[in-house]
Design a protein around this ligand. Structure first.
Ligand code: FAD
Length: 545
């Protein structure tokens, strides 16, 4: 059934959702606050240089980029598959020996040890966790000091987070894309990605039309623009970036990481390398620098060279300091560079911390899209596809987008009152009674905000300890369901959320659990989920009834 759809925001998520909705025959209008498409993917043309708004690359291995874009038409130029590391003693290149055999020596030069290979495998396993920060997984993997610094510096740039508080699984997903494909630059600048998506739906886009608020009423949504104009739609896709999307749907605004990119015009080529330079010296405040025209010559006019330098967070760098540092990283003395533009991007990427719930619209007919669950071009495009799919559902409710497959939901109905069920659910001794072979400590305790507790399961000599943290415990009150959120760490890490609502004489418990047993091979996970679901179904009934 064709419906009237308004998409708020012409970034990649909004463009992808609108393109698919138009193809499905829906009546689509895109309302965009600015005067151009692309949102955070944009390019400024300055004196013949293409300066992307903040250094960025597109990875052709992104499945949603393959599905949504004509990658051939983008004329992608791959970056070097490796990094140039600037340390106290000079520059060392760590690169894929098959693609860059000339740098094989760098791989054997001491930064990478055999122990690091084992640490990398360990990190890959740890980083599947949704409960650990990226920094925690790097700390625990056991990298040698030099490689650890390189990895920290690299990821700080990828997630724009100097403290690496980002949930590890999100960084791991991105790391796998780096393994599968080579991040690249389109010949016409990153904006070409957005232009390609926008081209078939240009006549549906209204520019300079910021949306102020949304009101859902009688199965329709009223969209109020800043100009005072009001539009009515059956469905609204909110793809206005994490902060504005949260505000428009009445949710707390997520934390955003910030970064600055400086673009310099260099008369002489500062380096021939097509790699990202990472500076691992103590005094470094730049996160990386590179000669962009070495990757994609069309980014600079003939005979000139384009250099980018990027810092993340509150770096406090002046333009001249950024230039001096970038030059020193590449070993250039007295650089004859000219600053073309400095991009300070306050809302660069959402910081997804462990246990943080993604934005979810609670408003009928309103669907959220964007990079709020996966901060990347891939994440934005995939969310656009999911939003377009939800347009066909009777209420426009987006099926929950799970971070991984090992998730299940149980609905249990019991006779009684919600506060009695809450008491049973949050009493740790009850868990000891209900779960076979397991003792939950501290005894005689209740789950309250911030409580840490441990479930020790013993099977003969084998003992398994699951450490848990209560993130939120709100008891039910008349008219308001109770909410319990617990993070599990240990052999079976994950998130658990339970809501307890009074429905007449019955209580409905909805138990949602995302499990990630780190030791279970990926192909066995679906079976693990089936077994866990059955076990929890029996255990919960025993606990609550
Ligand atoms: C500097 C930088 C580097 C990056 N590097 C990479 C990279 O190398 N690889 C990668 O995969 N990803 C990278 N990313 C991430 C990627 O660019 C984003 O995840 C993606 O572009 C987000 O798209 P979006 O559509 O969700 O949001 P946005 O691009 O933020 O789009 C939101 C749109 O909504 C509009 N809007 C806002 N408010 C309103 C309103 N009230 N009414 C109407 N319209 C509104 C905005 O103007 C904008 O056009 C980078 C991001 C940045 C900023």
């Amino acid at each position: 059934m064709a419906v009237k759809v308004i998409v708020i925001g012409a970034g990649l998520a909004g463009l992808r959702a609108a393109g698919l909705a138009a193809k499905e025959g829906h009546d689509v209008t895109v309302l965009e606050a600015s005067q151009s498409v692309g949102g955070r993917v944009d390019t400024e043309l300055i004196d013949g240089f293409r300066c992307d708004r903040g250094f960025q690359l597109i990875n052709p291995s992104y499945p949603d980029a393959q599905a949504a874009l004509n990658l051939n038409d983008l004329d992608l130029h791959p970056s070097g598959r490796g990094v140039a590391i600037r340390n106290g003693s000079g520059v060392q290149v760590l690169a894929d020996p098959f693609r860059h055999p000339a740098y094989l020596k760098g791989l054997l030069g001491g930064t990478l040890t055999l122990g690091d290979v084992a640490a990398l495998i360990r990190w890959n396993r740890l980083a599947r966790s949704d409960s650990l920060t990226l920094q925690q997984t790097i700390d625990s993997a056991g990298f040698s000091l030099p490689l650890r610094k390189v990895i920290e510096q690299f990821f700080s740039g990828v997630v724009a987070d100097p403290d690496l508080k980002t949930v590890a699984s999100s960084a791991q997903t991105l790391a796998w894309y780096f393994v599968k494909g080579i991040p690249s630059l389109p010949a016409q600048g990153m904006e070409a990605v957005a232009h390609q998506l926008a081209e078939p739906i240009l006549e549906h886009i209204r520019f300079s039309t910021p949306v102020e608020s949304l009101i859902s009423h009688n199965g329709q949504v009223r969209v109020v623009c800043s100009s005072g104009e009001e539009l009515i739609a059956d469905r609204v896709v909110v793809a206005a970036g994490p902060r504005t999307s949260a505000r428009l749907t009445g949710q707390p605004e997520p934390t955003m990481n910030s970064l600055t990119t400086w673009w310099f015009d260099a008369a002489h080529r500062p380096s021939k390398l097509p790699f990202l330079y990472l500076d691992v010296r103590e005094e470094s405040r730049l996160i990386h620098t590179s000669v962009i025209s070495n990757i994609c010559p069309s980014y600079a006019p003939a005979g000139r060279h384009l250099v980018q330098a990027t810092a993340v967070g509150a770096h406090g760098l002046e333009d001249s300091e950024a230039m001096a540092q970038a030059a020193s990283i590449m070993g250039v003395h007295n650089p004859d560079w000219r600053l073309l533009v400095r991009h300070d991007i306050v809302n660069a990427l959402p910081c997804l911390e462990p246990g943080q719930r993604p934005l979810e619209s609670g408003i009928d007919g309103v669907i959220i899209a964007g990079d709020t669950t996966e901060p990347s071009i891939q994440g934005a495009l995939a969310s656009g596809v999911a939003a377009a799919r939800a347009l066909g559902s009777p209420t426009g409710v987006l099926p929950a987008r799970e971070r991984f497959n090992d998730t299940f939901t149980l609905r249990i109905r019991c006779i009684g009152d919600a506060s009695g069920i809450w008491e049973k659910l949050t009493n740790l001794d009850n868990h000891t009674r209900a779960i076979p072979l397991t003792v939950v400590t501290p005894a005689q305790s209740r789950m309250i905000d911030g409580l840490e507790f441990v479930g020790l399961t013993s099977l003969g000599p084998v003992k398994m300890a699951d450490r848990m943290l209560v993130r939120r415990a709100e008891a039910p009150t008349p008219g308001k369901p109770g909410l319990l959120q617990v993070s599990k760490f240990g052999p079976v890490a994950g998130e658990v959320e339970a809501s307890i609502a009074q429905l007449g004489s019955e209580v409905e418990v909805i138990w949602r659990q995302s499990l990630q047993p780190a030791w279970l091979p990926r192909w066995l996970r679906p079976l693990g989920t089936v077994v866990a679901r059955a076990g929890y179904s029996i255990g919960l009934r025993k606990l609550l009834t």
